[in-house]
Design a protein around this ligand. Structure first.
Ligand code: FO1
Length: 324
C-alpha cells in the first residue's frame, strides 16, 4: 500500500533503529518522495579509510545487503582483510568486513579526489538501486565526542572499543558550529509534507543532525507536522545505549524525557503500547500520542511501525501556513 502517494516524507535517522524504520517507510512512499537526512557524527577514520557507519547501514538495509542480525555491515562477508591488518600490527577493534571495505575504499578515494560526501552517498545509492533520497546531514566534518570520567573519547572508541561502559558526563558535536547542512537538506525540510524523527538515539543520532547550523530552525519553521518514534520500550532502548545515556544525563528515560528533548519541534509521538499510559500522563497536551508495538524485528514490522507514524503525521497535517 502506498501512503498518500504525493506526500513528501523527510526522515531524520541514524543507527540501527533509524535503518530499521527507514526500511519500513521506503515501501510505503512513492519512489523519490522520501528523503532521509542521516547522522554523520559517528563517522571516523580507520586504516586511513573514511567510514560513515550510519549512511552505510541505511544504504545496505535499503539495498537488501545488510547483515540485519548484527545490525551493521554486509551480509555474508568475511573479515580476512581485517585479520591481515591485525597481523601487520594494527588495532582491529572496529570490525570492517571485506565487502564493507569496498564502500570505504571508494568513499575515501572519491573524497581525496574532492567529491563531497553527499555526492558520494548519492552515487552509492544509485549504484545499489535505491530510489530513496539519502542525504548526509552535512558535507563538513562533525564528530561526536563523549566526555567520561576516564577522559574524552571519539564516539566509536566509546561505543565499540569501550563497549559503552564509561559513564557519560557530557556529549559534544565537534565542528557543528561551522557545519552547513548538505545540499538539499533545508529545501527538503521546507518542502516536506511529513517529518519523522526515527527511533534513533536522541543524543548521538538525532542530536548531531539537530546541531548542524540552521537545521533546528528549519524544522521549527517547517509547515509539515513533526512526529517522533520512540527508541524506548518500557524505559529500555530496543538496541544501543540510549537508555543509559538518558539516565546518565539526567533525562527521564521514557516518552516524557524524549518529548522534553524535542519540545520545540514535536507535534506527535509514537510510543510502544506498554508506554501509552505513562505518555498520556507525562506529555504536554499539544503533543499527539499514538501507540503500537515498536519492535521492528522484520521488514513487515518495520512497515507497520512506519504506517502508524505516517497515519499520525497525516492526521496532524496543516494544509496552509507555518506551525503555530
Ligand atoms: N559496531 C560494533 O559494535 N562493533 C563493530 O566492530 C562495528 C563495526 C562497524 C563497521 C562499519 C559500520 O558501518 C558500522 C559498524 N558498527 C560496529 C556499528 C556502529 O559502530 C554503530 O552502530 C553506529 O555508529 C551507531 O549508529
Amino acid at each position: 500500500m502506498i501512503h498518500r502517494p504525493l506526500s513528501r516524507i523527510v526522515v531524520l535517522a541514524g543507527g540501527v533503529g533509524g535503518s530499521r524504520f527507514v526500511r519500513g517507510v521506503a515501501p510505503l512512499a512513492a519512489p523519490g518522495r522520501t528523503t532521509v537526512i542521516i547522522n554523520t557524527g559517528d563517522d571516523d577514520q580507520f586504516h586511513g579509510l573514511q567510514v560513515s557507519p550510519d549512511a552505510d547501514t541505511i544504504l545496505y538495509v535499503l539495498a537488501g545487503l545488510a547483515d540485519t542480525r548484527r545490525g551493521w555491515g554486509r551480509r555474508g562477508e568475511s573479515f580476512r582483510t581485517l585479520g591481515a591488518l591485525r597481523t601487520l600490527g594494527n588495532q582491529t577493534w572496529f570490525q570492517l568486513g571485506d565487502l564493507d571495505l569496498a564502500t570505504h575504499i571508494d568513499r575515501t578515494a572519491r573524497r581525496l579526489a574532492g567529491e563531497p560526501l553527499s555526492a558520494i552517498i548519492a552515487t552509492h545509492a544509485r549504484a545499489l538501486g535505491i530510489s530513496t533520497r539519502l542525504l548526509p546531514m552535512t558535507d563538513a566534518p562533525v564528530r561526536t565526542r563523549i566526555r567520561t570520567a576516564r577522559g574524552e573519547l571519539a564516539f566509536q572508541e566509546w561505543l565499540v572499543r569501550e563497549r559503552a561502559r564509561p559513564k557519560v558526563l557530557s556529549i559534544r558535536y565537534v565542528g557543528c558550529r561551522k557545519a552547513d547542512p548538505a545540499p538539499g537538506v533545508l529545501d527538503a525540510i521546507a518542502a516536506a509534507d511529513v517529518i519523522l524523527l526515527a527511533p534513533s538515539n536522541p543524543f548521538v543520532s538525532l542530536g548531531p543532525i539537530l546541531a548542524v547550523r540552521g537545521v533546528r530552525r528549519a524544522l521549527r519553521a517547517a509547515r509539515a507536522p513533526i512526529v517522533a518514534i520512540s527508541p524506548l520500550i518500557g524505559g529500555r532502548s530496543v538496541r544501543g545505549p540510549a537508555d543509559r545515556m538518558m539516565r546518565a544525563l539526567g533525562v527521564p528515560c521514557g516518552p516524557a524525557g524524549l518529548a522534553a528533548l524535542f519540545s520545540d519541534l514535536l507535534d506527535g509521538i509514537v510510543v510502544d503500547d506498554c508506554d501509552l499510559a505513562s505518555a498520556r500522563r507525562g506529555l504536554p497536551a499539544n503533543v499527539a500520542i499514538t501507540a503500537t508495538n515498536l519492535l521492528m524485528t522484520s521488514p513487515a514490522r518495520s512497515r507497520e511501525v512506519a504506517d502508524v507514524a505516517l497515519q499520525l503525521a497525516h492526521s496532524l497535517a496543516r494544509p496552509e501556513g507555518e506551525r503555530p
